[in-house]
Design a protein around this ligand. Sequence first.
Ligand SMILES: [Zn+2]
Length: 209
Amino acid sequence: MKILTVSDLVVERLYTLAANHYFDEIDLLFGCGDLHYEYLEYLLTIARIPLYYVPGNHDPKYDEYNKESKAEGGVNLDLKTTRVGNLLIAGIGGSIRYRPNGVNQYTQTEMYLRILKLLPGLLLNRLRYGRALDILITHSPPFGIHDEDSQSHQGLKALNLLVRWANPRYHFHGHTHFYRQNLEKSTTQLYNTQVMNIYPYKIIEINDV
Ligand SMILES: [Zn+2]
């Protein structure tokens, strides 16, 4: 299965690639946050691939009655688990809180409380399929991995705990930007999980059986 993952930055070239059938082989589109929803809507419409995404700290607060707050045709995966083909996926939106009234921002403690909402779905997966999760999609990185010392780019400690417990094969995230791309690693192993910084996009091929 081939997955197109996008995050944080609109890459103009992807419009052209989508229009020229470059993504015909792609099965799924994942958005890791901080992207204009028109960009996600364009990619899912032109490339005709199902979209699952989480909101970032620059995205509007989700409101099911407000069209502007979601990507039409896509699934907002924030605090949800789902199964796509044979893949068990779950999502967590938002970043560390760095402004008192910032949208989609949470303290480390609030994030621990948020991930509790995923546990029933993950436990059910473990009972049904013998594993809790295959792919975790978040906006923020875990703490100490691909994150930065600045308050706004500090990783979330709750994600380290979740990765350890749920043991997914992959964790895709955005939020931290690799401007010095050839100098920094964008993939790091955490326990048994490949943690990948998606910024600004990656095409990932995974075994889904
Ligand atoms: Zn962000």
